[in-house]
Design a binder for this molecule. Sequence first.
Ligand SMILES: [Mn+2]
Length: 358
Amino acid sequence: MKIIHTADIHFESKFQDLDENKKRIRENEFFNAFKNLVTYAKNENVEVIIISGDLFDKSSVKKSTINTFMNILNSNQDIQFLYCLGNHDPKDLFKNFEIKNLKVFKENYFEEFIYKGIYFYGANFDNKYKESLYNSLNTSKNHINIVLLHGDISNYEEDNKININKFKNKYINYLALGHIHHRRFDKLDDEYGYYAYPGNLETRGFDELDSKGFYLIDTNDFSKTKYIPNSIRIAYEINIDISNVLDNNSLINLILDKMKNKSNDYKKNLYKINLIGQHKESVDVNITDLMNNLNDEAFRLKIINKSSLKLDYKDYTNDNSFKGELVRLVEKENLKEEEKNKILEKGFYYISESGKIG
Ligand SMILES: [Mn+2]
């Protein structure tokens, strides 16, 4: 049987970093990302879709959001949806709705759900993972066991964390986790299974970088679990060393080239650009200017200047100017080269700025 494992979709996320128009676009795209996943499932004859918590971002969910979600499920009756609650999910949302192909695991102990011979076990997120939770898991080596749970894992007993050791050697083939927004697939124990975090389905900002998607599982061989990219937009963080850039125009082109290198369809993505290195005096690193030139080249662009100015102060020793005067003064002082550089860097900056006011 083919199964898809997703988690942390966070419908109705806030997107604080975006303007109103783009927030709305992203809200809709979050639904589209989920629709794309379900379409993929349909085309690949996937029979079960696991959602390991944080389907929604907060406890109050708009009626329209619930309707959209329900419509997707209703028009895909051949697929069984399994969903365990995460820390962001509303507790009783589906109490009043009857969705035939949705099973919600919302108890603080493991419920068993058998589907086409495969044994699924799921529980809700509970802040504390008590002994009684681990003890409620009744797996058997006579069948395939898949466990759904939401939370951070630890290798030992820790507050608010799932003790991963409690799931070892319990004939678990696949521990379908959610909560960590970065993808991870690893061995659970020597004998049997694997555990996995698929990460979230779409990025919400620059702390959720690179390709996002879901896992495709085949119960004939769990070791062949495959990551399927599904991103509508991708957030990238790029460090660009600008030490060798000669002028402002080349700087703009360099940034644009780095963005284009990420994908053919680079304009749809989100970029956080860190300018690093020591730039030449002939380059004026001005974020407003750069944004004016590059803002339309991306869905969202953020540029941070972490570079510093590289000055060869010796060039000014004989200069008949304020800068030359300052260099001659500082050179006379009994200071380390590093300290002289710092003073001159500041001094040059203020001299340039005061020149601008005039
Ligand atoms: Mn989450």
